[in-house]
Design a protein around this ligand. Structure first.
Ligand code: NDP
Ligand code: MG
Length: 385
């Protein structure tokens, strides 16, 4: 039996993690849960999973139903760290969206808890801090990737047996605009961007998938998780989302991880690692799938990828700046205050204006994030007029 804290339990990843708990109640016990604004669903989850602690981060207080008095509630943004640090769980699944995840990853590690990381923004903004807080590899890993591509790479790298890899290939579905003209993409609406062909995800990551900033963030994630040089990471468009990623070794052998596109598999793999348990996900029938298609991403349709490599080469706070500018741009796009084509412009201009600085501690990362948000906000406004 492992106990787990789920930060962001009301989101797409959080609710699927609770489905894994439902499937294996003898294996997992829920210690703590958090939501940002969705108090109704949080209360329902607390009633059902009976955690010791819960947090609502988007409110400074809230009336808690009388029947939930067995659970200790906290409120406000600091409650996330409090749960990660104090709730007595073996594992902390960080599945909130956005850079707010970084503090909770570090807080969980201070008390030696294993981190199951879905939140990619924490790693992108504070990769160096996260990796030095999470030592250990293989069975001793203290950080387990939940993002499906990185879970796939993690699994493929088990075949390395101590040998270095040559290349990591991240697959990408191409999102809903794969076959659209660049002009049509530039004018896409939030409703169109939120309609992902293969995955049902939260709003932020759905927009990121349409713009390929999701893959840009994943390139940076892979750099940190697997200590890769930028030129060792590439991206392959694979619309079927069956091959979740691939590792190439020195002898030319390529190991890939395949499966149905269902996030419950990588979520459960991280939760039960190193064991594999039944997932209830239908078996992959390759004869039924028939054809697997791969292509190189078009740099004109997807300027995000080049920006990721640029940020990696610049080093320091550049990836944090890229992430912050993207968060600001996506929020503006979802509010109707920025065209879809403006997202990459905001990120490119912010990267250029803010530049890069060393990020050896959390304060430096948060300062770079704050500065980038301020500049990105100005760029959004300038593009509006
Ligand atoms: P959702 O938007 O569906 O859920 C986000 C969760 O975080 C919700 O519980 C939400 O609470 C909470 N939350 C939102 N804002 C804040 C905040 N400022 N402070 C604290 N909590 C907050 O996102 P997803 O589940 O899709 O994604 C979560 C993370 O996992 C992201 O970083 C994403 O990139 C990553 N990821 C997601 C995948 C997916 O398939 N969905 C795949 C791979 C990675 P409330 O419901 O109350 O708003
Ligand atoms: Mg992914």
């Amino acid at each position: 039996m492992r106990s787990i804290t789920i930060l962001g339990s009301t989101g797409s990843i959080g609710t699927q993690a609770l489905q894994v708990v439902d499937l294996h109640p003898e294996r997992f016990a829920v210690t703590a849960l958090s939501a940002h604004a969705n108090s109704d669903l949080l209360f329902e989850q607390v009633r059902r999973y009976r955690p010791k602690m819960a947090a609502l981060t988007g409110a400074s207080s809230c009336e808690v139903p009388a029947d939930l008095s067995f659970c200790q509630f906290s409120f406000g943004p600091d409650a996330l760290e409090k749960l990660a640090h104090h709730a007595p769980a073996d594992d902390v699944l960080v599945s909130v969206s956005g850079m707010v995840g970084l503090r909770s990853v570090l807080a969980a590690r201070k008390t030696g808890r294993r981190v199951l990381l879905a939140n990619k923004e924490a790693l992108v903004a504070g990769g160096q801090l996260v990796m030095s807080a999470c030592p250990g590899t293989g069975q001793d890993a203290t950080l387990l990737p939940v993002d499906s591509e990185h879970s796939a790479l993690f699994q493929c790298l088990h075949a390395a047996n101590g040998n270095p890899y040559r290349r990591l290939s991240l697959t990408a579905s191409g999102g809903p605009f794969r076959q659209w003209s660049p002009e049509r993409i530039a004018a896409a609406t939030p409703r169109e961007a939120l309609k992902h062909p293969n995955w049902d995800m939260g709003a932020k990551i759905s927009v990121d998938s349409a713009s390929m900033f999701n893959k840009a963030l994943e390139i940076i994630e892979a750099r940190w998780l697997f200590d890769a040089r930028p030129e060792q990471i590439d991206v392959l468009i694979h619309p079927q989302s069956i091959v979740h990623s691939l590792v190439e070794f020195e002898d030319g052998a390529v190991i890939a991880q395949l499966g149905m596109p269902d996030m419950r598999v990588p979520i459960q793999y991280a939760m039960s690692y190193p064991q594999r348990l039944p997932s209830g996900v239908p078996a992959l029938d390759l004869a039924q799938v028939g054809t697997l298609h791969f292509e190189r991403p078009d740099p004109v349709r997807y300027p995000a990828l080049d920006l990721a490599y640029r940020a990696l080469r610049a080093g320091g706070s550049a990836a944090c700046v890229l992430n912050a500018a993207n968060e600001v741009a996506v929020a503006a796009f979802l509010k109707g205050a920025l065209a879809f084509g403006g997202i990459a412009r905001v990120v490119a201009d912010t990267l250029q204006r803010v530049g890069t600085a060393p990020v050896h501690n959390l304060e430096a990362v948060e300062e770079a994030d704050r500065q980038a948000r301020e500049v990105a906000g100005t760029v959004v406004k300038s593009l509006r007029t």
